[in-house]
Design a protein around this ligand. Structure first.
Ligand SMILES: *Cc1c(COP(=O)(O)O)cnc(C)c1O
Length: 423
């Protein structure tokens, strides 16, 4: 092979550590195949995007068919059938009350769009508001606006002077839910009236798979509704079945004013995002005055090939027993997690739907603690893509994963618990 170093600058990677960067050639189901003949079980769905499995045949066929018809189209004032079909399909699937779909290309942009919609809503109503409430430990992406509404830490230290101020509501840890609700109530009543509250429902993904229940989600929604504060749900990770229902908010029996979707929207095959909004938010921008339109676009907004992939994903949800597969995976996760014996090294085992998580005990561990990369390498050497966040190990697999593959993952986790500290 070539001796010159790769010019690729990888995402969230410290190249100075010289860690191995496997070269993947192809993927199918829950397996990644290396160019050198090795294989890995994709236990984190390639960073939470792959839902049904890699190279899902119906999605791949839809992509191939669309590439021969229409590759790309300006979406300002022009439209195409895949986007029209997808928007109708999303409204039919989404919680009641959401009636308009704005397309973009990533989870971060779906959040930027949501924040801009909320601010535009208030300005166009002649009642400008700019304050955004956020949930402690939240994550909404890596662009400046998305970082502003996310947890501050080492990962955004260099940019902090540019991040805008927000009101942070404490995470509703078990037993402390009332403190969260009280803080939200106080923030909504405050003199500086908030424009919106943005949060991830039931599971805070990048915050470390932190989980809370549907009752407190419903209560937070009710407080915002009572005070006229827009409720933005970021279901970029939780959407498409991860938490056991198509969207996490269904479990609380609620609908947001604005809903952010991405990751599993195309089954994970192509980048695409959608921000769904209520008629009130759309209508606040509706006017013969061009100055009141929604000023947002990205070049690849509603790319036809990505929309075709998403339409195939929606067809799978409508026509195949996806809910049964998710329920079966959730049950397998529950069983393996309960049986997991980390001999004292593993604590805080938790699960919501198909997502299982736990913490590895080591003194003074945080996101940058050395345990993460060590575990990462340990799992990689055992044929697993299982990339911990700090000391949090989580299993978030594609829904096609087999019982045998799941057993291999849990066996490796038990071995890691034995190995850590003894290396
Ligand atoms: C991944 C993620 C995002 C950002 O999505 P990108 O496609 O990586 O920009 C936003 N919100 C949540 C909850 C996420 O998990």
């Amino acid at each position: 092979m070539s001796a010159s170093p790769s010019p690729v600058w990888h995402a969230f990677t410290q190249h100075g550590l010289g860690e191995e960067i496997p070269l993947i050639d192809r993927a199918a189901g829950a397996t990644l195949y290396g160019a050198d003949g090795r294989a890995w079980i994709d236990a984190i769905s390639s960073w939470w995007v792959i839902t049904h499995g890699h190279c899902e045949p119906r999605i791949q066929a839809a992509i191939r068919a669309q590439t021969d018809r229409l590759d790309q189209l300006i979406f300002a004032g022009w439209t195409h059938e895949p986007a029209e079909t997808l928007a109708r399909g999303l409204i039919a699937m989404a919680p009641a009350g959401l009636a308009h779909v704005f397309f973009s290309d990533s989870g971060s942009t779906s959040v930027e769009v949501a924040l801009k919609m909320a601010l535009g809503y208030w300005l166009n109503r002649g009642e400008p508001r700019h304050r955004i409430l956020v949930l402690e430990h939240g994550y909404h992406g890596d662009t400046i606006g998305a970082m502003s509404v996310g947890e501050r830490g080492v990962y955004n230290r260099a940019y902090q002077p540019l991040l805008f101020d927000v009101g942070t509501i404490p995470f509703p840890a078990e037993g402390r839910e009332q403190a969260t609700l009280d803080a939200l109530e106080a923030a909504c009543r405050g003199a500086d009236r908030p424009a919106a509250f943005i949060l991830e429902p039931l599971v805070l993904g990048a915050g470390g798979m932190m989980m809370y229940g549907p009752q407190v989600l419903a209560a937070m929604r009710a407080i915002c509704a009572a005070h006229g504060v827009l409720f933005i749900l970021d279901e970029v990770m939780t959407g498409w079945g991860r938490t056991g229902t198509t969207f996490a908010c269904e479990q609380a029996g609620i609908a947001p004013d604005i809903l952010c979707l991405s990751k599993g929207l195309t089954g994970g095959a192509l980048p695409l995002a959608a921000t769904l909004a209520t008629p009130a938010i759309f209508e606040a921008h509706l006017s013969p005055d061009r100055g009141r339109m929604f000023f947002h676009s990205s070049s690849y907004t509603a790319n036809p090939v990505a929309c075709a992939a998403a339409n195939a994903n929606l067809a799978i949800w409508r026509e195949e027993p996806v809910a049964d597969r998710i329920a079966a995976l959730a049950a397998m996760q529950a069983e393996r997690l309960a049986a997991l014996d980390g001999r004292g090294r593993i604590r805080a085992k938790r699960r919501t739907g198909t997502i299982a998580a736990m913490e590895f005990v080591e003194e003074g561990s945080d996101y940058l603690s050395a345990i993460g990369p060590r575990l990462n390498a340990f799992f990689r050497d055992r044929g697993l893509l299982l990339r911990p966040m700090g000391n949090v190990v989580y299993i978030l697999p594609p829904y096609c994963i087999t019982a045998g593959e799941l057993d291999r993952i849990y066996t490796a986790i038990e071995e890691a618990a034995e190995w850590i500290g003894r290396e």
